[in-house]
Design a protein. Sequence first.
Length: 364
Amino acid sequence: MSKAQIRLTLVTAASVLVALALSLALISWTGGSARDSVDALYTGSMGSKAAWSTTLLYVAPLLLVAIGSCVSMRGGVFNIGQEGQVLIGALVGTWVALRLALPGVSLMIATLVAATVAGALWAGLSSLMYRLRGVNIVVSTLLMTFIAIQVVGFAVSKDWWLQASRVGDSVVESQSNQVPLDARVNSIGQYPNLQINGGLIIALLLAVGIAILVSRSRWGLQLKMMGLSPIAAKHAGVKTGRLSAVALAVSGATAGLAGAILVASPVSTNRLQPGTSNGIGWDGLLIVLVARSNPLVAIPVALLFGVLRAGGGFLASTGVPSSLVDVMKALLVLAFVVPPALIPADAESPQAGPTRPRRALRHP
């Protein structure tokens, strides 16, 4: 390791310690016990086999959102509408699961594929708006998230669309019926023992596949070129318009797949609700920032965020607002993101001046 890389590692480690210290200080300041809060986070996320099962259930959709976003970020395409793409994927996946009469595993496959395509198309609308009218992709993907929230809220409040069936004259909530068993993703093991859902296996396989694709393929090289310099990539013959559209579609596709996993796995009630995404899309974007667009690094980072999500629910038992978990996540993201911006790992030491070639010695 170079001196710059060692310095970056030390500064990042110090930043993480400062972030954790600030988190514990905030807990104490709000009247909670730092020690009890740490115990609650551990108990809820890693304290038992059941806790590990819950953590891994959260890791699957978080990782799916993150690995697709790694592709778009590498290409310099900043998609920040993952939350809406997760919701649209969940909406279309739920509709397919409830409306199509397919036998056996075919229904599950159709649910996952439909959600993936829906997420890609929803993200593709931003590419279309940029191509036709020059609408900024960052702005359009963000604003379309709010459209997706309203669409899902409307869908689960209309009985002709996806609202749950009424029982007599009872008033039903704004939610869909449970997706049938054939549409759900199976798990290895059974709760309260260690349970590994198929969604996690899909996410891990995709993470490895995308990592190989972006690092070992010609397409990945073109993607990196476009992310570093779109003008240079265009002069090198890269069709940047098409490539950016594909990168954005891939990001939306994995987010849509994450939405299907949310309604088809035990992480939820297997119903579509307005709050189904529950910030999964936003957290997935944070994971990409911490992982620096590396799909393999996103795996342990997603595990960390899964621990915070699974253990965060236990904080209420200690009298600490669960919203402090969001503060902890924000501090950790800053701890990982800020040091590389201040101390590039490949920078030369500021004390070292420009090196000049030595003149050859002449023998007398």
